[in-house]
Unconditional design. Sequence first.
Length: 193
Amino acid sequence: MTIEDAGTKALAVPERVADGVVQPSDRVHPNGLEAVQTEHLIGNVGDALRLLDAVERVRGHAHPLILGLQDAVGMKMPAALMLNAIANGRRTADDVAEQVGTTPGEAELAIAELEALGMVRTTPGLAVTSLGQARLSQLDGLTVRVLDVITGILGPTDAAHLVRLLHTVADGLESAAVTATVTQAIPQVALHN
């Protein structure tokens, strides 16, 4: 069977059931781009380009919404993500950087800026202040309004379908990231005959 013949069969991930519990397959999953190339094959380049075009259209229309949220709350999205990470219990710049997906140095700078604005305190430990909590509450409220607009555009059935699809994508990306981490952590053993 060729790649073209496989079609959507390449999207299936084999599982097994043991004692009534679904277990992941025993095969080793590739990581990163390799995972995308072998696990989630797109039928042709045209499909890939249409998907990228649709994502870019949504991103383009979302940009003014993001700018409006930033203006309404009075802070940029990266700073809001850092503040949210601290509110979620991250207590060091390294932990904040890991959650947000940035470098520890950038996290340290952002934490210092948030402290200068009075939104976090660093002594006796890293924590969000009442002003920071107020900003996060404002951002949550505005985010709910934006999401309400999106669900209004889609309607309840399509909105529920979108949520399921986004969870599927997030699970797949998370799985690829975990597999990449595990693959990098396991030493490669060379077998000699």
